[in-house]
Design a protein around this ligand. Structure first.
Ligand SMILES: CC(=O)N[C@H]1[C@@H](OP(=O)(O)OP(=O)(O)OC[C@H]2O[C@@H](n3ccc(=O)[nH]c3=O)[C@H](O)[C@@H]2O)O[C@H](CO)[C@@H](O)[C@@H]1O[C@H](C)C(=O)N[C@@H](C)C(=O)N[C@H](CCC(=O)O)C(=O)O
Ligand SMILES: Nc1ncnc2c1ncn2[C@@H]1O[C@H](COP(=O)(O)OP(=O)(O)OP(=O)(O)O)[C@@H](O)[C@H]1O
Ligand SMILES: N[C@H](CCC[C@H](N)C(=O)O)C(=O)O
Ligand SMILES: [Mg+2]
Length: 487
């Protein structure tokens, strides 16, 4: 593809350069990582959190890149270096043009918690409606005949558009993806042609990346303000503290706001009845009450289900079909997933709560059906927001009867120090660093009526410490411990 065609007209600052010989260069691949530059590549230099891509232009050229895009001029290079104001936006738009195909109907969901669940439920509703549907997010890619583990919640633009093009070629027409705050802030989804967007809620997260909560919220709102085309449906959970501001942002950006939840107007939750492993909801839509039995525990799942139904209906699924589909929906892997039952009937769940609000929600969610004690095992990741550690310690102590603090991906940090920052706000908690041992200990405590929550890792398949990732699964450890548990 010619560089001029790849760049298109979205970057007027390139016009003069593209009118010359650079515009006629044939580009055969696109990358922001010089180490991946192949002969014929266009290298896009990005100033990141660890490095400045501009320092690798010569490296890319050496490996065969034929041109580079950068935020600032680069003298003396053997390849043409064209300057744009925003190389990240350029990378996203160029990746979309280069790979040239994406499922016809794409939706994206943002928010602190519930993104993976909403994307998964939306995919399942579409699939139940007979559509070829995919989801892309924290748990990887799920599409007809395809399940792959992923590493980022929102992949980088090149990986994302290569994937979207493959999905479109495989006949996928509908795709639901997660828009993380990093992804939005870094323009990773700016080339995706979205038909609808959604917002779940806002809580504390990623305070290692965003300087303030306002900055974090503003990043999330870029979904409505920048990425979603004006006039599109914006499905917003109306019951969160930040909902009014999210509604104002979406309306301000000219989106068609559809609110869902107890305070929702598009899908109004009129009644909920909780059971141990399911809940019954009455939902008012367009003058009709729909009765839905959602086969999942935890009221937050109703909220996620409503956002997903809102997205499915907004993209053309008939409301009755969407609600019927919710009756068969499966929880996303590792989200309040029942790992097993002890012989005495006590329940053991795994859950991906690794931030304060999520921990609060999950511990609150199991209380109504716990006649005995709520036991929680959790830790906090290393090289991530330190401020959340005492907050999560306090939440666990307040909402659980027995708290066991353990390790969760200490990464490069000293595990005992992470634990002590949690324990400082968790008087009475037990400390067991080894996660398998902590889980076995907790399972051993289970009595009739108790509920165990192993929080923080959900679907994860490894434990990272000291630069090494070893295979580790909360699900497998809970199952193993339950087998050995005699009541
Ligand atoms: C903080 C962050 O978001 N980092 C991501 C980001 O890196 P960055 O832009 O800061 O890049 P950098 O490492 O400073 O390097 C700058 C540039 O120089 C280039 N470079 C670097 C070295 C070299 O030899 N040659 C070269 O060209 C790099 O490829 C890059 O383009 O862009 C990279 C490429 O897409 C990502 O791999 C990287 O994810 C790291 C691994 C990461 O851990 N990200 C997490 C925090 C993340 O993005 N999480 C969110 C949210 C998860 C949630 O919802 O909780 C997610 O969407 O997954
Ligand atoms: N609507 C919600 N409100 C509050 N907490 C929720 C909600 N949905 C899920 N959770 C909690 O957050 C955890 C993660 O849920 P999910 O994976 O769906 O969210 P996410 O936004 O994709 O998170 P991440 O950013 O970590 O990928 C769940 O395991 C549960 O503890
Ligand atoms: N996307 C999140 C996942 C955290 C999962 C938790 N198990 C941890 O390692 O902290 C992050 O990278 O911050
Ligand atoms: Mg997620």
């Amino acid at each position: 593809m010619k560089l001029s065609a790849l760049a298109g007209t979205a970057f007027p600052e390139l016009n003069a350069a593209l009118a010359g010989s650079s515009g006629a260069l044939d580009i055969t691949s696109l990358t922001a990582d010089s180490r991946k530059a192949e002969p014929g590549a266009l290298f896009v230099a990005i100033a990141g959190s660890k490095a400045d891509g501009a320092a690798f232009i010569d490296d890319a050229a050496q490996r065969g890149a034929v041109a580079a895009i950068s935020a600032s001029p680069h003298e003396g290079s053997r390849i043409p270096v064209l300057t744009v104001d925003n190389p990240r936006a350029f990378l996203a738009i160029a990746a979309a043009r280069f790979y040239d195909a994406q499922p016809e109907t794409m939706v994206a969901v943002t928010g602190t918690a519930g993104k993976t669940s909403v994307a998964s439920f939306t995919r399942q509703i579409w699939a139940q409606a007979g559509l070829a549907a995919a989801m892309i997010g924290t748990t990887g890619v799920t599409a007809p005949g395809r399940t792959e583990y992923g590493s980022l919640t929102t992949p980088d633009p090149v990986a994302l558009h290569a994937l979207l093009a493959e999905l479109a070629r495989d006949g996928v027409t509908h795709g639901a993806m997660e828009a993380s705050s990093h992804g939005l802030d870094q323009y990773r989804l700016d080339g995706v042609r979205l038909s609808a967007g959604a917002f779940t809620n806002l809580g504390r997260d990623h305070m290692d990346y965003h300087p303030t909560v306002e900055h974090y919220f503003a990043a999330k709102m870029q979904l409505f303000e920048r990425v979603l085309p004006t006039g599109s449906p914006a499905v917003i959970n109306a019951d969160d503290e930040w909902s009014d501001r999210a509604i104002a942002a979406a309306e301000g950006a000219g989106q068609r706001v559809l609110t869902v939840g107890r305070k929702g107007k598009f899908l109004a939750l009129k009644r909920v009845e909780q059971k141990r492993d399911s809940q019954f909801a009455e939902i008012l839509h367009d003058g009709t009450i729909h009765e839905v039995r959602l086969p999942l525990a935890g009221e937050f799942q109703i909220s996620n289900a409503l956002v997903a139904a809102g997205l499915a209906i907004a993209t053309g699924v008939d409301a009755r079909t969407a609600f019927l589909a919710l009756e068969k929906v499966e929880g996303a892997a590792g989200r309040l997933q029942l790992a097993g039952k002890a012989e005495n009937g006590a329940l053991a769940y795994i859950d991906y709560a690794h931030k304060p609000d999520a921990l609060e929600k999950v511990l609150t969610a199991v209380r109504p059906f716990t006649t005995g004690r709520v036991i929680v095992v959790f830790g906090c990741g290393g090289d991530r927001d330190r401020g959340k550690r005492p907050i999560m310690g306090e939440i666990a102590t307040r909402l659980a009867d027995i708290v066991i603090v353990t390790d969760d991906n200490p990464r490069s940090e000293v595990p005992a120090e992470i634990r002590s920052e949690i324990l400082a706000a968790a008087p009475g908690a037990k400390e067991i660093g080894d996660r398998a041992e902590a889980i076995a200990h907790a399972v051993g405590l289970l009595q009739t009526g108790d509920t165990l929550i192993v929080a923080g890792k959900g679907h994860e398949e490894g434990q990272t410490a000291g630069g090494v990732t070893r295979p580790f699964s909360d699900l497998a450890e809970v199952k193993k411990a339950l087998e050995g548990h005699a009541s």
